[in-house]
Write a protein that binds this ligand. Sequence first.
Ligand SMILES: Cc1cc2nc3c(=O)[nH]c(=O)nc-3n(C[C@H](O)[C@H](O)[C@H](O)COP(=O)(O)OP(=O)(O)OC[C@H]3O[C@@H](n4cnc5c(N)ncnc54)[C@H](O)[C@@H]3O)c2cc1C
Ligand SMILES: NC(=O)c1ccc[n+]([C@@H]2O[C@H](COP(=O)([O-])OP(=O)(O)OC[C@H]3O[C@@H](n4cnc5c(N)ncnc54)[C@H](O)[C@@H]3O)[C@@H](O)[C@H]2O)c1
Length: 476
Amino acid sequence: MSSHHDLVIVGSGSGNSILGPEWDGRSVAIVEGGTFGGTCLNVGCIPTKMFVYPAGLAAVPAEAARLGVDLTRDAVHWQRIRDRIFGRVDAISANGRAYRDVEQKNVTLYGEHARMTGPRELVTDSGRTVTADAVVIAAGSRPRELPVPGAALPQVHSSDTIMRIPHPPRRLVIVGGGYVAAEFAAIFHQIGVAVTQVVRGTTLLRDLDETIADRFTRAARDQWDVRLGTEITAIAPIDEEHPGTGPVRVSLMDAEDRDAGHVDADLVLIAVGRIPNTDRLGAGAVGLDLHHDGRLRVDQFQRVLAAGRPAPGVWALGDICSEYQLKHVANHEARVVAHNLTTTGSLLASDHRFVPSAVFTHPQLAQVGMTEAQARSHCAAVGQDLAVAVQDYGSTAYGWAMEDRTGIVKLLAERGTGRILGAHLLGHEASMLIQPLVQAMHTGLPAHRMARGQYWIHPALTEVVENALLNLHTGA
Ligand SMILES: Cc1cc2nc3c(=O)[nH]c(=O)nc-3n(C[C@H](O)[C@H](O)[C@H](O)COP(=O)(O)OP(=O)(O)OC[C@H]3O[C@@H](n4cnc5c(N)ncnc54)[C@H](O)[C@@H]3O)c2cc1C
Ligand SMILES: NC(=O)c1ccc[n+]([C@@H]2O[C@H](COP(=O)([O-])OP(=O)(O)OC[C@H]3O[C@@H](n4cnc5c(N)ncnc54)[C@H](O)[C@@H]3O)[C@@H](O)[C@H]2O)c1
């Protein structure tokens, strides 16, 4: 069995979005070995945020009491929340699949895993050889496994499975200190689960700006049990006669490899990063270049490199190649690939200069650009002074209304030019408050002009951004 196509796309996440009308009437294949729609839709951004919102509502009574409003929380109906989420998500996945598979006559969907046997040749698990003039590798990443005894027990989950559990656990151990761990810790804590987070490092979210990582770590510790400088060594069933059901014992060790006791839990979530799927795809074996962490090497036009040069007709996008494991970056790269695949003019380059991200925890986090440490090295290199402003939400009128005690906006800029180098927010709706700063960085709008060149609505929370910009004292 073999078939040849004008274009083969491996992976139906952001890869699915590159097909515009220009492909009508041309032969296209999509190879998808998992659930149609990929990580973001099925097991990533969308269902997690659909949990974040109701979990936030469950936490409102505790917040409201500080402001003199007594509310009571009667119940959190996990199954109703879960079924609403997956009722919607599963239907979108099924409809997307049917559209490609049934409605689009020029598109063939191979619903199976494939391995590369050449740069533009794949063999599916059922033995079909698929070749194409152009191949787009959009095969994403998967949760990294933790090689500890007991990791294969059914009580141990990854982000791929934890959202579909039938009942929330009473006690949950979360291993890892990154984005996934933080978001699930917040969700489960807010709905009333006793969360213990086990983290190797000395702060949570250690890649973020140091002030934000420190403050978030403190905020998390105020809410749930965070064990820093700790690793897990084993997970064992407490009832050895029924190992697959009931609680487990998670054994811990400290940074000096000393026994650090144990925590008992009903479930464990392993969230220790995601690895690119190049190994299962066999991308290295067909001569495509890989980074040390397994990502495909691409140039700025998203062309995959082989021995340092673009492999003809081979493109990649998203988690399988990107430095950023973020959906908006995968989508951006998909738009670049879509253009470059069909253009008769010049190729478009990806723009990764100002990539924002947000962590949808409580408090929320959002960031773009350099951390303070990076900005210090940058300013030393270009001979500029670094201006730093840290503005409390609680210093503005809306912050008073909220009686906010944790929120901050931290801005970094070159003092001489006013160029904004980084923005780091922790607090209510940080993911939205940051957007004008992302825009300013993209357009090169200096800090003082951003503050004084427009009206800021009084007394909106955006005043905290205005005041942070003014407190940079850049004069530009
Ligand atoms: C829990 C969680 C929450 C997240 N939240 C956010 C968020 O809030 N915001 C954000 O920006 N990002 C978030 N992300 C990251 C985001 O989901 C990813 O960056 C994005 O989905 C990557 O898209 P992609 O197209 O590169 O890969 P994917 O969407 O993973 O698509 C790859 C597809 O390829 C298929 N595949 C892989 N190998 C093969 C093969 N050999 N043969 C056939 N098919 C194959 C897979 O089955 C998969 O469907 C989150 C991730 C997780 C896990
Ligand atoms: N809101 C969002 O945008 C969002 C949400 C979730 C995930 N994501 C994306 O998905 C990616 C993956 O998320 P993640 O949280 O799995 O990874 P991560 O890279 O953010 O964090 C991984 C964590 O695991 C720890 N770790 C790694 N190996 C370990 C080991 N052997 N033992 C103990 N700890 C170990 C690391 O120290 C780190 O704390 C993120 O980098 C992010 O780009 C984004």
